[in-house]
Design a protein around this ligand. Sequence first.
Ligand SMILES: Nc1nc2c(c(=O)[nH]1)N[C@H]1C(S)=C(S)[C@@H](COP(=O)(O)O)O[C@H]1N2
Ligand SMILES: [Mo]
Length: 547
Amino acid sequence: MQNTDQQSTKQQNKAASAAPVTFPTWRTLLLSALLAPGAGLAASLLTTALMGILRLVAGIPTPVELFGDYVLKHINVGTFFRLLVVFGANSKTYPLGLALLGMVLVGTVASFLYAALVRLPLPVQGYRPTRREWLVALAFSVVMTVIGVVLFWNELRQNFYGLPVGWSTFVSALALLADFALYGIVLCLAYRALLPKQLVVSGQKSTVLARRLLLSRAGVAALSVGGAGATVGLIRGYLNNYASYDGQKTFPHQNVTSPITPNDEHYTVTQNPVDPKPQPALWRLEVVGLVKNPGSYTYEEVQQLPSTSRPITLECIANYTGDHLISTAIWQGVTLRSLLERHGGALSNATHVAFYSVDGYNVSLPLNELLAVDPLLAWRMNGAELPQKHGFPMRVLIPGRYGEENPKWLTRIELVDHFVGGLYSDQGWYNGPLHTISRIDRPAGHVPFAKNIEVGGIAFAGNRGIQRVEISDDGGTTWHNATLQAPLSQDAWRLWTWQWSPAQPGTYMLVSRATDGTGEVQTSHDQFTVPNGATGYHKVKVEVVSS
Ligand SMILES: Nc1nc2c(c(=O)[nH]1)N[C@H]1C(S)=C(S)[C@@H](COP(=O)(O)O)O[C@H]1N2
Ligand SMILES: [Mo]
């Protein structure tokens, strides 16, 4: 008892008499430079955790995704294609992972700027940031948010749970503010917590003060570890819904293509690592812009609209000659024409229609070209509710155009007086009428010699329809008319067959070519898919073997 009292009195005396220590400049600079990135890292990791939470809970796009979308729109199709090749199977996750690491790095490095701006003399007095530190942190948050909102203005209008354009823009911007406010606050507090403290403070034991500093430094480290752990867990949760079906093709069964493709066999292409999941309670269809009476619909109301059904074939512009990124479904929905009529029609200065989707995707086309092909705004596919991966609750079908111009997860139809660029048109992909194609599905490989071998396949020319299909068994020297099945619709592929009687066993080169409804014959010019869509004849080598 006695002893302890004496000791504390001694220390108090010492503390009271000692002046605060000041480190020499070099030591202050060195320690600031060493400790700042620790605070920057903690702030960055907690921010990435918040981004992940907002993404999973509220469907708000993370800055990482916004950045990815921004970059994708600003590279050309050649670079895009090279990236696809370089990253292969991980073409979406790998670049996003790199972007995430890059952001953590930027957030960590930015702490040097913060340290330089607050210029604290070391050691500092206590744990409470000064006004100056708070102001610098606030400036960081505001500047980062402003940069984010300005840079990603065209990407903010997306929400995975289907919020309409205006709301999603607002919510995404607000989330950027929340992310960067957290970053600023943690950076400010953590930097303070890490810095060396005056260990000689009146009324406090230096051993207690030293222990407190150690604990608070450990606390900052624990926050970093926790932030990193939470981020990893959130990324896992995000990737649980990874759109691994991207690029899924429609293969014929026993070399026979079914006229209508079942929903679960329809080819699928998506720009998204994780596809949106619009919630009917949040989602709206808006008809706005240069239209007489703008308006909006709930999912319930959409389903009450007058609808028609039509078989329409979709083909991705990345479909190689003879490949299978092509399918046909019976789509049910309201026609664009009748929907616009319900809104009093387009104003006279409207020249284009811009379609906006909840995943930030958008497409625009001239109004008169659209009306000429009678696009459908569909909510049913082959008699079933539109599946999520094909665009629930509503998608656009524009006959005669490649798949890229058929937006899924539609939320806004805006009539405008100019063209509005979108992902693929900005990259420089062709966005004109699709090319006439034909494909030979059978026979394939080795066939036993017979008097009669059935050759069969499909032909497609968008909304131009197919008038004729010809087959050659000598590499294109002589041609024979195939028998066409009845057309499913003007806008769908046409199935054909040809009864072949090879003269003798041997190797044959089968070739097909189609003539569209306007009388134009499919071009023989071989062209790769990038960037204008594939052209050329499908050629299939067949070995007819004696049986
Ligand atoms: N909103 C949105 N619409 C989209 C896409 C997309 O990524 N997002 N991909 C387009 C592309 S490139 C194609 S080929 C078709 C594919 O439609 P499907 O998956 O229903 O076959 O959707 C188009 N519409
Ligand atoms: Mo596509």
